[in-house]
Design a binder for this molecule. Sequence first.
Ligand code: GUN
Ligand code: ZN
Length: 485
Amino acid sequence: MGISFEVLQKDIAGRIGRLRVGEKTVKTPALLPVVNPHLPIITPREMQEMGVEAIITNAYIFSKSADFRERALSEGLHSVLGFDGVIMTDSGSFQLMVYGEVEITNLQTLGFQKAIGSDIIVPLDIPTTPDADRERAEQELAITLGRIREARAFLGPDAQLAGPVQGALFPELRQYAGSAVQEIGFDFCPIGAVVPLMENYRYKDLVDVVLAAKRGLSPSTCVHLFGAGHPAMFALGVAMGCDIFDSAAYALFAKDGRYLTTYGSLKVEELSELPCPCAVCRNHTADELKRSPDRERLLALHNLYVTLAEIARIRQAITDGTLWELLDTRCRSHPRLLEAYREFLRHTGELERNDNVSKRRFFYQGSESCMRTEVVHYQRTLDRVSLGGRVLVTLTGSSPGGYDDVLFFKPPFGPYPQGLSETFPIGQSEIPYWDDDMVRTGCRGIARLAESHPESAITVLCPAEWTAFVRNELPEIEVLDEHAV
Ligand code: GUN
Ligand code: ZN
């Protein structure tokens, strides 16, 4: 029993997995809609019909509500909400972050969550805000870890308990928190206190924090990105190795008259069309939606459909091995996401070791593609190519003869022997007309080949338009112009 996680397929650091929570299972990546017990704008039963396997609600709200508290204690949470899937309960920590205090102790919330039959119980962690200095972050992390230990001891080793990872903006603290929580013993770890980062578009900081936490966690742990609910950033979250998201955004944005898309959110007043295939958008015109007395609910439904569809798209991309392409597309929808994507790309050296060596395809989508794991991986494998004494790398496709080995060239990867022309990534990559960045990256492959084969003399044959550029990139290597041979 308890919680366990199994990874079934992966791409970059993203994965499709199976989360087992007691007798129930949830396919990941998954989106847990946040359910407000007081006024669920979409009922949990409706959510289940939309394919939702797990939801999250707030135990603190239940415990402070005169009517819900007693009902939850006597009937149980699943009966009150009318949902027989997985229900995760939050402890009140979010209120702690927003209001600075809560009227509940760690043991009280744990006891209450257990009593109402929560499937995933969260201790009263302290979400240290991003403005905290190191001293405060360390002190609060120590308290959080103490409460997590207390929770384990109180509820026992088989309890269905989440182990939150805090540490504010300090990567070493996040990594330490990840390994400390892992050591206490958890298969399900939320990364906390990231809501203020996302609210302020600080996606680059989010990348640093999540990657640091992941370094401390085991790769076989299910990771929940606490409070991440905008579909534009799910692909980034999954690529970093997050498996669970929770969304209040579908409802909060609806309340505010905002229409979610995977490329940002739009004010419903500004819409003259509803560019979405969901049932709401196909059954209403933009004007009908704006004027409907049901506007908030219709918007919430659309928002949830869009959110769930993006999760489905991400799962399909992992199966297809095309998560990089999806990530690249999504991160171009906002400059602050592009910034985060570039930060993520700075880490492909470490990501490459765990990525799949073969994929269905590689589509070049601009200079960022030069830093993808497949390029890093391919260039590392060049060290193992066996070469004779005189080697020609031809960028023109023709060869003048007189060489022991002739290699061809495909940017951004670099040189390749004929024998690799059909294998990934050379054979399954689509590139446009060469640009400077891809040729520069390909030249790095040539330089690497030269460095790893000091016994071979390497000559490069260039089409006239690239000769000067390649000579500049490879000052140590003999570069011939096609017209000079
Ligand atoms: N909801 C959003 N962020 C957090 C967090 O850091 N901890 C908990 N328990 N809930 C959250
Ligand atoms: Zn729609």
